[in-house]
Design a protein around this ligand. Structure first.
Ligand code: NDP
Length: 528
């Protein structure tokens, strides 16, 4: 049975041990499962523990979801949409509690946690309003005009597994679950073992909103155990996490012949062209690189600046970065919060120290801040980075960014594309049309013009995903909903079997059909 522990940090929030006990009690397992401590990075202190579900527990959760799914799928889509709209309202109503839980589990600044809380209701409204039309039956031309027709129907795939990471534990547990539920699927979510509490709080709110019991389940535990078991049980898997884990997920899904979407890492470029407003670009760089202490898959980690504006940009960017406050408070105030844990702090430290050893210059930050919090690290700007150093090649996923001068837009584009990743990029220019033209040359799933990432992420009606090692499939927009349905074609003939009528000479029939096919192809070209 999961338990909460005495914590000095809890006292600073509106979260009680009773609430945590109620949330963790939602997880059902067999007897004698080991427990995983949930620790808050705010003080490196245990606040609760959850069971390490084994494959049998995961199979039970999937089966429960499968049983609950049929009645949910049979409800009219408008009713399902209404439940999700109510859920969106509840996320707004319980905002303060949810913010506390997100901050407790991640240590992020409150205004960064707020981005998560604001995002979920928007996603609910988008799918509730637009989903019914996207999934409505479609009439197609069919095999032979007048003689036949075809209707396409969209049916839920069944049970969707959502495997989510720790960095945006609220948004990333829900953004893939909402369209799956709207389509009539059940969902079983496996949150990261460091951040299960917010997923449990969301499961609670979904039920309050009217989602039938069992339609949204949670399994907790280690990814290497619970993850594969989940993939073995479900009909689709929506995964967000690192690229190497993504490959393992795709392999397993492939073996089971189920489809998957993979939202993976990035090494995102930001391009500052010679006609950009450098003050605006510097503000964008601060927002992009240091939101959630850089633990954001869309964050820029490489900034290419036209050499004619390089000094000016650096002055503005370094000045703005040095003025950022690092802090841990359960209220609005500090600009940047904590990293998730000690291992991650070590990775960030190694990237920066390795770059400096290889000759990079440190213009801001470059230090851990144990005086502020056990895993806090200063927003860091590097220049003169050796292209072979880890910070230049690997995703740091921390508050660290390199700035590089380039001769012109062509070099900026070439450098931006010189990576196996392709998640997000941004182009900064005084001419938006030029920005859009440059965007088409960048190999990324999202390219934002004059904004680091929000304008792309918050466009919930537009697909979002990665090229190359950044992933497969798309979330958001109609694409994010259609991945969860099987298309079925119902084709009808008005004249019986589409074949030569009885008694007709086969040679004559072949000539007639060839002629008709040629006429049809010409008509199609003339009448689009
Ligand atoms: P991981 O890939 O380690 O973990 C992501 C999730 O996968 C966790 O729930 C984890 O469980 C689970 N998992 C681990 N092993 C397996 C397995 N073998 N099979 C199935 N599931 C498994 O990533 P991180 O947690 O380190 O997240 C950071 C990474 O995610 C970064 O690289 C970042 O870029 C990427 N990311 C991408 C986003 C996007 O939208 N493209 C958004 C956010 C992050 P557990 O940890 O509990 O073991």
């Amino acid at each position: 049975m999961a338990q909460t522990t005495e914590s000095t940090v809890l006292e600073r929030t509106g979260i009680t041990t009773d609430l945590l006990d109620r949330l963790t009690a939602r997880i059902e397992t067999g007897d004698d499962r080991s427990e995983i401590e949930v620790r808050t990075p705010v003080a490196d202190e245990a606040i609760a523990s959850v069971p390490a579900c084994d494959p049998a527990d995961v199979a039970v959760a999937v089966e429960r979801a499968r049983t609950a799914r049929a009645a949910w799928a049979n409800r009219p889509i408008e009713e399902r949409a209404a439940v999700l709209e109510r859920f969106g309202d509840l996320v707004g109503e319980y905002r303060e509690e949810l913010l506390d839980v997100v901050q407790l589990e991640t240590g992020k600044a409150r205004h960064h946690a707020l981005e998560e809380v604001l995002d979920v209701p928007l996603t609910c409204s988008y799918y509730a309003e637009n989903g019914p039309a996207v999934l409505a039956d479609e009439e197609r031309s069919g095999a032979v005009p007048l003689a036949a027709d075809a209707t396409v129907t969209y049916d839920p795939v069944g049970v969707v597994g959502v495997i989510s990471p720790w960095n945006y534990p609220l948004t990333l547990a829900m953004t893939d679950a909402i369209p799956a539920l709207l389509a009539g699927n059940a969902v079983v979510c496996k949150p990261d073992e460091r951040t299960p509490l917010i997923a449990l709080a969301l499961a609670d709110l979904l039920e309050k909103a009217g989602l039938p019991e069992g339609v949204f389940g949670i399994v907790t535990g280690e990814g290497a155990t619970a993850g594969p078991a989940l993939i073995d049980g479900v009909d689709y898997v929506a995964f967000t996490g690192g690229t190497e884990t993504g490959r393992a997920v795709a392999e397993r899904a492939g073996r089971n012949l189920i489809d998957c979407s993979l939202e993976l890492g990035g090494k995102n470029p930001m391009l500052v062209l010679e006609d950009a407003d450098v003050e605006t670009a510097a503000r964008g760089a601060v927002k992009g690189a240091f939101t959630n202490a850089g633990q954001l898959c869309l964050a820029p980690e490489r900034i290419y600046v036209d050499e004619r504006r390089y000094d000016e940009f650096l002055d503005a960017f370094v000045g703005a970065t040095r003025s950022l406050s690092v802090g841990l408070a359960f209220e609005y105030g500090p600009d940047v919060g904590s990293l998730i844990d000690g291992d991650h702090l070590e990775r960030v430290r190694e990237h920066v120290e390795g770059a400096v050893d290889d000759g990079a210059a440190l213009l801001s930050g470059g230090r851990a801040r144990p005086d502020v919090g056990p895993f806090c690290y200063e927003p860091t700007i590097l220049t003169d980075v050796d292209p072979d150093s880890r910070v230049a090649c690997e995703e740091t996923f921390g508050p660290v960014v390199s700035v590089v001068p380039v001769a012109d837009v062509d070099e900026a584009v070439e450098r931006a594309n010189d990576t196996s990743y392709g998640l997000n990029a941004s182009v900064w220019t005084g001419d938006r049309d030029r920005g859009r033209a440059v965007a088409r040359r960048i190999d990324c799933g999202t390219v934002c013009v004059n904004d680091p990432y929000t304008v792309g992420w918050a466009a919930v009606d537009a697909p979002m995903g990665g090229f190359g090692d950044s992933g497969l499939g798309r979330r958001h927009g109609p694409e994010g909903l259609r991945r969860y349905v099987d298309a079925r074609t119902i084709a009808t003939s008005r004249i019986g079997p589409l074949d030569a009528p009885p008694g007709i000479d086969p040679g004559w029939f072949a000539r007639i059909m060839s002629g008709l096919t040629a006429v049809r192809r010409r008509l199609t070209r003339w009448v689009p």
